[in-house]
Design a protein around this ligand. Structure first.
Ligand code: ZN
Ligand code: ZN
Ligand code: FE
Length: 755
């Protein structure tokens, strides 16, 4: 194994946008680094202020906390993205000369949450924008969701239809004003306005009366569609069990958790445990929905409906991020459900006329406005794991900020996979990553995907010279790539996962990539999903994989854990399975049971898979937790959430490149009667031990954990701990999701490496 530095040295990289140039920010960073004995550099670049500091973990944590808290008085941090990387071996700290490279690429900022100064004015009766729902300034407000073309000037935004009044124009033209060149600048005299519509689109109220009427309707238990920054939300009183259940029924959303919008950080703390890092994430200008551990045990049952996140110990919470949200939530004073305004599996609605039709029968009334939305942008989802931020859905507040991709010299387009769609283009050594586009299951989603794929290149004036897609021939994204008439590069799904994680950390290899997910097209034509890929500067080899098993019914297994369980047992027992007396038998009718037996015996409609996600499903089904899932991953989530105590790992076997879970499943079956929480612990620990065992066999120090299975917090934490204890250096995702939302970046990274 290659030598690993034993020092606890780490590197923190931060990219900061905002009014941080020319206000003493770089000297401030220098002094702070010096005081904390950190090495590194800070530089002004076309992408904003970029800094890297390295040193002891504790000093870096202090630096991170003080970077925003103690910034110079006139510095305004609009947006900050931080990543934790391996130390680079810097000596001393320097202010680097401004970097001219990359200056050609214009930066499109994401939509930024309302800043503190605008918030104060919003609630100041003496201010001319008192209670004006579109107040913004150069430090905050919509960006990506209103930009139609570059350069970012008002005529190129959806604000072009709102000529500024003299007062707004004076602010816009005054370099000393907070609204100097604030493209969405507006006021009640000249800017967009809100209206309150009934379900047929009849106008019932306008302006402030509209906002107050909407708040009153939510208080009365109605479901209100609210046009936000990147699309519609459906809002309902989170305390009102009846309203929440009505919303579930109308939306056709049976089990997936609903997001909450809490009126304040203090209100969020009443619902959830909030660490200092989590508080910073909630209050950041990206204002993502943050997954927080619920404190529901500790609060009165009436504070929130149990139907919001059934069986889930986490709540997705965000704070108000537009002036309109601030007005509504200040009026209400309690948390509301804030779920995306769509029918299940369709993209979020962005246009009020379209919303009337698509949300017909779901929303009781509509709070709309006349500022058009140029592209739909969902709420982002993030969490703090292992002391670092991790983005699980990259959309509002993050898109389309780039990730550095030094090897990318010519424009390339990557179209991602099929689920959790996102596209990306490489321009001048940067990967511009689109917002989350949803699963490409419906015609609506596919249309949104095509618009985003074409629109991203247009926005940056980049004509892709090649397109990169998945190797799966039937993905809509693959067929789209083939239709463009460009050279097409097909990148294996799990290799793209691994490259995404490597790109985030600036790694070239060799890296052992542990890519575990539900399904991806394998190089041998079978369904992969439990992969150990050894990646380096040349490409990859499949170092190991989970033992394959058959999935009776193929894709149907994603929603029926009982099928995965049956496939796993068939691998153990063969045809004898069908004469055995098993509890799983009760999950099938007699006809189904015979059908399964035929499919498995003949290998018809029972494809082979190495999927770790389906192995999780099998374990959940065999532990008696769930035979049918309302959404992919539900059973695995329940298995994770029921885990109660530390318990010894189930055994497994390593046979050459095959990680054999047969001993694991046999032990799990023998454990019948043990509480599910114990079964879950033993199963999770076995999987972490498998990762360490393969890492030992391969003998590469760096191990990247990637793929949808690593949305599982416990699996990620346990694997990282076990790898570290065994002397390995684990990596996990921070800025792009471990799930298929990260695939487009990985595809670009794989292609850029070949350039
Ligand atoms: Zn502002
Ligand atoms: Zn005005
Ligand atoms: Fe995947």
């Amino acid at each position: 194994m290659e030598h690993l530095s034993t020092s606890r040295s780490l590197r923190l990289r931060a990219v900061i946008h905002g009014a941080v140039q020319g206000v003493g920010f770089r000297p401030f960073v220098y002094r702070l680094a010096d005081e904390l004995s950190l090495a590194g550099w800070v530089s002004n670049t076309a992408q904003g202020v970029v800094l890297e500091v390295e040193g002891a973990r504790e000093a870096l944590a202090a630096f991170r906390a003080r970077l925003e808290a103690e910034a110079p008085p006139h510095a305004v941090v609009q947006h900050l993205e931080a990543s934790w990387l391996d130390a680079a071996g810097y000596v001393g700290f320097e202010i680097r000369h401004s970097d001219a490279a990359g200056a050609k690429t214009a930066l499109v900022l994401p939509d930024l949450a309302t800043c503190a100064a605008c918030r104060r004015e919003l609630f100041d009766p003496a201010d001319r924008r008192y209670r004006y729902p579109f107040i913004n300034c150069t430090h905050c407000g919509p960006r990506y969701s209103i930009i139609r073309a570059l350069p970012y000037d008002r005529p190129n935004t959806t604000m072009r239809g709102f000529p500024m009044c003299p007062a707004c124009r004076a602010e816009y033209d005054d370099p000393r004003d907070r609204r100097f060149h604030a493209q969405p600048n507006a006021c009640p005299a000249c800017g967009p306005r809100v209206e309150w519509w009934d379900a047929s689109g009849a106008v019932l109220a306008a302006r402030d009366d509209a906002a107050r009427a909407a708040a009153a309707a939510i208080r009365d238990g109605l479901i209100v569609a609210v046009k936000g920054v990147g699309g519609f939300h459906l809002l309902a009183d989170a305390r009102d069990d009846d309203a929440v259940r009505r919303l579930r029924a109308r939306k056709g959303r049976e089990a997936k958790p609903f997001a909450l919008m809490a009126p304040s950080l203090d209100a969020a703390r009443e619902l959830c445990e909030v660490s200092a890092d989590e508080a910073r994430l909630l209050c950041a200008s990206a204002a993502p929905m943050v997954l927080l551990r619920s404190r529901l045990d500790g609060v009165s049952p009436s504070s929130i409906s149990p139907a919001i996140a059934p069986g889930n110990p986490y709540l997705g919470v965000m704070l108000p991020y537009t002036p309109l949200h601030h007005l509504l939530l200040a009026e209400l004073g309690f948390a509301v459900v804030a779920t995306s305004g769509n029918r299940s599996d369709e993209p979020i609605c962005t246009d009020e006329r379209e919303a009337l039709i698509r949300l017909h029968g779901i929303a009781d009334a509509f709070l709309v406005h006349d500022r058009p939305i140029a592209r739909h942008v969902d709420d982002s989802i993030a969490r703090v794991i292992l002391g670092r931020e991790q983005v699980l859905r990259r959309a509002r507040g993050y898109a389309p900020l780039p990730a550095p991709l030094p090897g990318a010299t010519r424009p390339l387009l990557a179209v991602g996979a099929h689920l959790k769609g996102a596209v990306a283009i490489a321009v001048d050594g940067q990967a511009m990553i689109s917002q989350h586009l949803g699963d490409l299951e419906t015609e609506e989603a596919h249309r949104a995907f095509r618009e985003a794929a074409a629109g991203l290149g247009r926005l940056y004036d980049a004509r892709p010279e090649a397109v990169i897609c998945d190797r799966h021939p039937d993905y809509r994204s693959t067929r789209y790539a083939d239709s463009l008439g460009l050279p097409v590069l097909r990148v294996q799904h799990h290799y793209a996962h691994v490259r995404a994680c490597m790109a985030e950390h600036g790694l070239d290899g060799p890296v052992l990539g542990v890519a575990w997910d539900g399904a991806g097209y394998g190089d041998d034509g079978t369904i992969w999903g439990g992969e150990f890929l050894l990646a380096d500067g040349e490409g990859y080899t499949r170092a190991a994989h989970l033992r394959p098993f058959r999935l009776p019914g193929g894709d149907a297994a994603a929603r029926e854990p009982r099928r995965s369980a049956l496939g796993v047992l068939y691998a153990l027992f063969g045809d004898a399975l069908f004469t055995m007396d098993l509890p799983l038998r009760a999950a099938f009718s007699t006809g189904e049971w015979q059908g399964m037996a035929t499919m498995l015996a003949r290998g018809v409609n029972a494809p082979l898979t190495t999927s770790a996600g389906r192995l999780f499903d099998a374990a959940a089904a065999l532990a008696g937790l769930r035979q049918y899932a309302r959404f992919e991953g539900q059973a695995a989530m329940e298995l994770e959430f029921c885990l109660t105590e530390d318990a010894a790992a189930y055994p497994f076997a390593l046979a050459g490149p095959v990680v054999d879970w047969a001993p694991t499943i046999r032990a799990l079956l023998a454990d019948a009667g043990a509480p599910a929480g114990v079964v879950s612990a033993r199963f999770h620990h076995a999987l972490a031990a498998m990762i360490v065992a393969v890492a030992r066999a391969v003998g590469v120090a760096r191990v990247a954990l990637t793929g949808g299975c690593f949305q599982n917090r416990y699996l990620t934490e346990r694997s990282v701990d076990a790898l570290r204890a065994a002397g390995f250096r684990p990596y996990w995702h921070q800025r792009v999701p471990p799930n298929d939302g990260g695939i487009a970046l990985g595809q670009l990274a794989a292609a850029a490496m070949l350039e």
